[in-house]
Every structure is written in structure tokens, then in C-alpha cells.
Design a protein. Sequence first.
Lengths: 415, 415
Amino acid sequence: MKADIIAIGDEILIGQITDTNSQFIAEKLNLSGFEIRQITSVADDKNHIVSVLDEVSKYTDLVLMTGGLGPTEDDLTKQTLTDYFGGNLVLNEEVLEDVRQFVKNKGFELNERNRKQAEVPDNCKIIRNKNGTAAGMRFEKNNTIFISMPAVPFEMKEMFETSILPFLKEKFNLPKIVHRNVLTYGFFESSLAEKLSSWEEQLHPKIKLAYLPSPERIRLRLSMICDSEEKAEKILDEEVQKLQNLIGESIFGYGDIFLQEALAEILKEKKATISTAESCTSGNIARLITSVPGSSAYFKGGIAAYSNEVKTALLKVPEEILEKHGAVSREVVEQMVKGQLELFNTDYGIAVSGIAGPDGGTPEKPVGTTWIAVGNKNKIIARKYTFGTRRLLNVRFASSKAMDNLRRFILGYDF
Amino acid sequence: MKADIIAIGDEILIGQITDTNSQFIAEKLNLSGFEIRQITSVADDKNHIVSVLDEVSKYTDLVLMTGGLGPTEDDLTKQTLTDYFGGNLVLNEEVLEDVRQFVKNKGFELNERNRKQAEVPDNCKIIRNKNGTAAGMRFEKNNTIFISMPAVPFEMKEMFETSILPFLKEKFNLPKIVHRNVLTYGFFESSLAEKLSSWEEQLHPKIKLAYLPSPERIRLRLSMICDSEEKAEKILDEEVQKLQNLIGESIFGYGDIFLQEALAEILKEKKATISTAESCTSGNIARLITSVPGSSAYFKGGIAAYSNEVKTALLKVPEEILEKHGAVSREVVEQMVKGQLELFNTDYGIAVSGIAGPDGGTPEKPVGTTWIAVGNKNKIIARKYTFGTRRLLNVRFASSKAMDNLRRFILGYDF
């Protein structure tokens, strides 16, 4: 089945916003067995919208649109679709009630603009919007389904997942696809691919493997088109088990989590606490750890130890060590772990000190040089890394590496 | 002048990545006076690429393409364009030298794949790539210009800004446009629009005003199409001056900076130092402040005071106060400022304590309730805010608000 995505809105064409909706929709449709033919972004322009609809409907079974459903005059999608499919705008009591409820919950009275939002085409199926005032719409013409959604990501996503995707799965005779996401950290993409090459070769021909790399993780996505989901689940589970045997220590989770969430599970299970002492990442690891709801169960606190003064005063890094070895050194990060364990009275500690750049590099310690230590009262392991030259990217690299090192430390893995 | 953007790559169509390149290109082209007609994303599929080129070239003066220039087999753009414009691939010595230099700098030897990157169409103008191995290409057909760039954002951006944009400005008879970006913080978009409504009405009809809101700032963009840039500069400067008179205290800068960069300028000028003590934002403000290169000149350090224990032990928040008023209270954030000024020996301090959610709210202190204090040894000002229900968004709101409050505190403005 082929699908097209159309993003409507002047703000996309003038480069005011990045269209993230289309990626979300494309991924979900792709995972459900659609082939996305084209993604098209057009301005709030009636003629252009109509000509794109004419064009894409020649090739596609499904058209998903976002945008242009707001209450302002430049939002033309609703009127355009009503006319295109030959209907009329009429007040819909059900939508009006949804809108009334929505504005009431926000503490407002229904106004004329809100009321206009409840005028919808009489030739479509309405898709209710729990999170906003613009209803979704579904049309059908010459065997192509056209669905229009609001562009607010929050509203669109909820509508897509709870109403539209279930409808599409029922409506279309889609291939059955089963997926597994295996989340890894610690390999470069190329070395992971090399490590997994013989495993990849023996994969069932109906299994597709994708590498999805980022500074935070490499996601391995296995997808299997199948007649029987049960059988595919079994086959995929076996392949995941083989991966476990091959690279088990680098697998930190499944699905769509990040290292801070993997750490959360480990720490909650062990009823252990952690703290952080960060120089170049300066709070970024603490922020990531506390981005997980419920992190107060294991995270006590952290120090952004940006100046040497703070390293000495709070983390008890001796001035002589700072002078002799420099702030970016094994000796300093080791002491930063010791100092924080005492200061915060935690079970585990993370310490990072590096040269994030763009300045501060030397021939011996170029920009990107970063020492990371993790440990507990009995043992501290420090490692040196050389990341790149870009400041913000270095902070991301160092933060992920530090969390992964702590994960491996606690679980007794190599790193 | 009309322009089309085409993003080529399977990874976009299957939703593996968000296409951020197109927004970058769209904004730059728009600011230079092009009207972006359409943005189209297609897979690495020769026939589809060709049919889109046929289609868009009916309407447009300029086609900018990204993607499909890599060395792997699924990258088809170079061959497709070579054929489409009727040329042949030939080894280009200049490109080969660039590629050789590039891989050498990375510490590698030139291999067969790299050498293939130096085979380019003989019917195009080559655009050199300083940051990668794929050269850009420029074709012309029936008065339409077609430009192909690599999809790696870093490579594309440099190529676009240093080579392509200057070429386009020379090639096309573009309207002269002068821009001013005024960066504000402290208003809701609607209240800012209300505040500025009479100013907006008196604007020269050739000035276009855009509101670009985010949790970090509202950017006001004034654009003026003009015959004489000098005259437009003068008119826009006058309008910016009027804005200064109307909302001067809410303007934290011009161009494309963020609050942490505005703070950097103020602190460097005053030769003052700051620290942070963060509960719910837990290091996010420290991270933002140190995202500015050179921040070690004024940022000494921070505490992620996530647990009450840490608030008491390090920031000297008395246990009685925590018990009586709770961690999210005026009394606690005030003491968090006092405590950190002593601990870090800084001139100014920022303290935040709030309920980020999703749990932890009560009827009196619902999720989103956040106390923020800023101050120095002589004076501390604490304010309460009620943000929303979404954890990560609350952290962003609180971080920006805290930095803006410190900016206003130092400059003696109201907040």
C-alpha cells in the first residue's frame, strides 16, 4: 500500500519551523507496512493544495495531511478540502461540545472563533481531537483515503495513534509486520556492523535490519513481514537472543528508551543511589538523569564543578594534583568521584572532566579530550576519550559515555 | 523568484530521520527574497527523482536538492542527475585532490570508494566540499538552475552559505531585503502582540513582521523589501528604536542569540561571577550557561540539589524550613541563593525549585508550580510561577525564566 504525506503551512515553506510531524507519520506508517511514496510541503494556498491533491492521488492509496486547520484566516485547509470533495461546512454538535469542553478546561468561555472550529464538512468522517479545537477529517475519493489532521504535534500524535492508525489497520489489507528494537551503546556503527556481519548474513530473508545511530545510542531495528505474527515473534525473539550472546554487554535496553532510563531500572532494582560531578558537561548528566520521572528515588544531587576552585573546595581535589596533572586528568576525575561519594553520601558516582572546545586544547590534550570516571567506595575506573571538535556534540558524547560506563560498572561488564 | 527544495533519501521516507536541511535552506532562501514553492521528499529512486524534477521545473526558477550523494549503492542522485541532464561521469582531478586531502586529515588512505566520489558529471559546475567527500553540483536547463548538495547538515550548510548563496544572489535579480531580529523574553505571544498592536499598525507597508515564539524566546523578525538598502536599514533601525522604547526591558538581544548568551555579555562586562542551585531543573541551567564558549570567565559552578538532604547539607537550607514550607517555596529558594553565594563565592546566584511532574502535585501546589530566586549578597528576589503539566517543557520554561530574571535583576529591570 502506498501513502503520501502532505504538510501544509506557510511557516514550513518560509523555514520558520522544522516539520517534525511528517517524520512521525512516516515512521508509524512504515512500521505498519505502508510504503511512503512522497512527502510534500506546501504553503497555505488553495490552488497549490488542490493541484498537489490531484497529482498525488494518481499514485497513492492514502494521503495524510497536517496543518491549516487553525482558526485564523490563513488556515485554508478545511475550506479547501470541503470544496475539493464537494461538500459544505456545517456546524457539528459533537465537535462543538468537544471544543466547548476543551476551552472550558482551559478556563475560557466559548467565543466566535471557537464556534467556527466546530463547522466541519458534511462529506467527511470527523476524527475527534482531545487536545485542541481542530477536529480531524477523513475523506474518500476514487479508492484513495484522505485524512487531514491539525499540525500541533501533541494533538496530531494523539489523534494519529488512537484513532487513525487503528482505522488504517482495519481498512487496508496491510502486510503483517513484527518489530524488535535492540538498543546498544559502545560501538561505532561500522565496528558494530562488522561484529554483526555473520549474524546478519544468517538472518531469515524476510527480516529487515536497520541501524539507527545517534550520539546517544545505536538502535537496531529488526522488522519481519509475516503471515503469522506468532511465528515471527518467535523467530525475532531467537534473533534477539543471538544478539544478546554476541553483544549482550552493549545492549542497554529494548524499545525506545535511553541510557538514563536503563540506569533508572538498574538503580531502582539495586535500591542504590547516585550523584554526579561534572566539569565540561556541567550539569548535563544530572539533567538527563532527572529527565526520568521518579528519579528522586536514586539521584541525590550533583555538582557542576566548572572552576578548579569548586573542584578543590567541594570535591576535595588537592590543588597539587590540579597543578601537576591538569583538570583534565585521571587523577582529577578519580578524586571527583571520591569527593562526591562523601559529599552526597551516595552508592555510585560519575565524574567528567574534558576540553569541550572550541578553545583550551593543547598538542597533548586536544579539544575533545575527556576523562570519565565512575565508581563506588571500593573501586573507581577512569577512562580517557578523544571526542571531536564541536562543543555541544562533545557534551553529548561525554554524557552518554559516562552513563554507559556507570551501567557497565554496576553490572560488572567491561568498558 | 520561485524556488523548490527536494530532499532525497530513503531514510526520510521511512521516518528514520527528520529532514532539518530543508528548513535551513527554506529560511535562507526566504530571507534572500525567494518564494519557496514546494518542499518535496522522495526516496532514492531514479524514476521518482526524474518525475519530480520534470514536475517542479515547470513552475520554478531554482531547484535545491540534498541527499543521495554518498558512496554506497543506494545513493543514486549523482548518476540520476548526470543522465537527466545528458552528461557523463568523469574523474575530476580537483575533486579527487579535495577528497584525498579530506581522508588524509582523518588519518585514512584513499580507497576505491573515495575515488568514486571524485567521479562527477562533465555537464555541471562543481561545488567544492570542505567538510566531506561528496562534491556539490550545479546544472542549468531551460532557465532553471538545479543544485545538488550532500545531506550531511554540517557539509551542506557550509557549502550553501559560502558558495551557493553568494552565487544565487549574483545570478538572480532578487529583491533587496533587509532584516532585523529582535529577541524578547517575558511576554506571552498574545500579550506581546497586543502590546505592540499600535506600533505594528504604523509600520511602513513594505515592512513584514513575524512572531517566532518558543519556550526560550519570542523572536520578532522585521523584513523590508527595498530599492535602497541604506534607506531600509535606517527605517528599520528607527522601528527597532521604537520597540526599545515600548518593550526595552524585555529585549535581551538581536540576531540569533539565547538568554545564556545575553547573560554572558552582561556578566563579562560587569566582570561578575555566577553560580546555580537547581532542584527541578537539576543542572539544566548550568548546562545552558556553559554551552557558551568562554563561560568559565563568569560561571564557577552549580549544585543539582535534587534531594532535600543536599539542600540542607550544601546550601544550608534549615530542615525546619523544608518541613514548614516544603521544598517548593519562597523560603527555600531564597536560602538556596544565599547558600550558593557562600559556597561558590560568586556575585550572583540563581535558584529553582519546582514540581516538574508528572507526579508530586497537590491541590495547593499543582504540577508546574515553580519558585525561582535570583540575587546577590544584598538582595534576593523570589517569584512563583505555574507552568504546565509536561516535565521536560517545565524544565525548559523554568530555565529560561530563571536566566531572564537574573538578567533583569542585574540590569535593574522589573520582573
